[in-house]
Design a protein around this ligand. Structure first.
Ligand code: NAP
Length: 280
């Protein structure tokens, strides 16, 4: 690597599945940036050492993926959203200090803004399925947009309760068997569970009770067209998919490392779609 080339990477274990190299290297080519973006497979026991040597390894910053997103908070200076969400996915150096943020927050919001403009106008109640790491980013985002009520339904009720403790009384846990009734008053339905993902059980819910004006969002992006998005589309509901969020969450990292704010375009989307749908 020459001194003029800036490098970033995605650190995970495993990391082969990550689409971040495809996205960032596309932008590097498009904006003719002197940069490189690589995969770094780093097991948990080597993670601390790897992060401490990030600059020595020639990196201007990195994405962090499973299983390191929580661990990295103790190795960096996380911003408020990363602290509140309890996970970071993007690292960069700011005058020698390794900073961390969580770009799933802006990825979630920018995706909805792009795919379903006005989704938050007069939105009274959001219904969130799941209470894991992705749900924390989603709830943070909804509170940032002043959504008055966030109903959280999760298989393990304690985790939904933990979200209320973390984010306050706007978050109201509910049980799976209440879903039908909750749908009737939901202006936004978000799936943050792994249900519907390749290799996972299906998400078996009917959307008949959602109001016609409701927006549906799925964070799952493999498969590209989930059953949830298919059902929303069949019912004529506005929707935003997981791939859109994945693309939008990448924008901030690229701009921090390479100094250019990239655009999420149909061409980029088609490139990642082709990768997601290619035969294994
Ligand atoms: P996580 O922390 O492991 O949480 C998983 C969630 O799914 C939990 O709420 C869990 O419920 C629920 N779940 C798992 N199996 C279930 C089952 N059989 N029945 C009912 N609920 C079940 O995972 P995560 O990091 O939040 O990720 C969740 C999904 O979001 C993944 O598909 C991930 O790829 C996606 N995601 C997408 C983006 C994007 O940019 N599009 C970004 C982040 C995440 P329990 O609490 O009961 O276990």
């Amino acid at each position: 690597m020459t001194e003029d080339i800036r490098a970033a990477c995605v650190i995970g274990w495993p990391v082969e599945h990550s689409r971040s190299p495809l996205i960032h290297n596309y932008w590097i080519g498009k904006y003719q940036v002197a940069g490189e973006y690589r995969r770094e497979a780093v097991p948990p026991e080597e993670f601390d050492g790897f992060v401490k040597e990030l600059a020595e390894r020639g990196y201007a910053g990195a994405n962090v993926t499973l299983p390191h997103k929580e661990r990295v908070l103790g190795l960096s200076a996380p911003d408020e959203r990363a602290q509140v969400v309890g996970a970071a996915n993007t690292l960069w150096f700011d005058e020698g200090v390794l900073r961390a943020t969580n770009t799933d927050v802006e990825g979630f919001l920018a995706n909805l803004d792009a795919a379903t403009p006005g989704w938050d106008r007069d939105l009274e109640t959001a219904l969130v399925l799941g209470a894991g790491g992705a749900a924390r980013s989603v709830v943070f985002s909804l509170i940032a947009r002043d959504i008055p009520a966030i109903r959280v339904v999760n298989r393990t009720p304690e985790r939904a309760e933990a979200l209320r403790e973390r984010f306050g009384p706007k978050v109201r846990p509910a049980a799976w068997d209440e879903l039908g009734g909750l749908m009737r008053s939901a202006g936004l339905l978000v799936n943050t569970t792994t249900l519907g993902m390749q290799g996972q059980p299906p998400l078996e819910i009917a959307l008949d009770d959602l109001p016609a004006s409701a927006v549906v969002c799925d964070l799952v992006y493999a498969p590209l067209l989930t059953d949830l998005i298919r059902k929303a589309s069949t019912r004529g509901l506005r929707h935003a998919d997981g791939l859109g969020m994945l693309l939008h969450q990448a924008v901030r990292g690229f701009s921090l490392w390479f100094g250019v704010t990239p655009e999420v375009t149909p061409e980029l989307r088609a490139l990642v779609e082709a990768d997601l749908t290619k035969p294994a």
